[in-house]
Ligand binder design. Structure first.
Ligand SMILES: C[S@@+](CC[C@H](N)C(=O)[O-])C[C@H]1O[C@@H](n2cnc3c(N)ncnc32)[C@H](O)[C@@H]1O
Length: 154
């Protein structure tokens, strides 16, 4: 089993496409928790994902409950990436089977999802900065998780 990335009800198709491409480049799977703010096959999603989408492993979950069912079966830890996180991501000890959850662009994740996560991590930012673009935050955190767990392809 390898690291996975999940998007909670993503709003912006090109961000999701960018992350689908990123995951395809590392041979990892992307999980999309519905409802997304764009249809399957959205042009912006395809433009950002380019031909990498042909080799991307993307799994859509109908709801957070359905995602949780899958996660339970795989016995993966849920690591929430959040601007309200307590642990700076580089100081966090990632496991090779973690699923890294990113919130929606407009609103992050609801309280109940915050509460379910086994860990909450953040990319520290300068005072006054609200948040990073979700694809940038995801790429930074994924890179550190891959580095720590030896997950980069040879
Ligand atoms: C544009 S941000 C969401 C901003 C939203 N207003 C909020 O309060 O969460 C979209 C997602 O990117 C991730 N993100 C953005 N900046 C981050 C940071 N500095 N540390 C960790 N995750 C971050 C989080 O998963 C966040 O839910």
């Amino acid at each position: 089993m390898t690291l996975a990335l999940a998007l909670f009800q993503p709003d912006i198709a090109p961000n999701a496409g960018t992350l689908a491409r990123t995951m395809a480049c590392f041979g990892l799977s992307l999980h999309i928790i519905e409802p997304a703010g764009f249809p399957v096959g959205d042009a912006g999603f395809r433009r950002a994902g380019m031909d990498y989408l042909d080799r991307a492993t993307i799994r859509r979950h109908a709801s957070f409950a359905a995602f949780e069912l899958w996660r339970g079966m795989e016995a993966r830890r849920l690591v929430l990436c959040t601007t309200r996180g307590a642990v700076p991501y580089a100081a966090f000890a990632f496991a090779p089977t973690d699923v890294l959850l990113l919130g929606r662009e407009s609103a992050g994740v609801p309280e109940e999802v915050h509460a379910v996560a086994q860990a909450r991590i953040l990319v520290p930012m300068a005072a006054g900065a609200r948040s990073l673009n979700v694809a940038v935050a995801g790429a930074m955190i994924l890179g550190e998780a891959l580095r720590q767990t030896g997950g980069f392809p040879d």
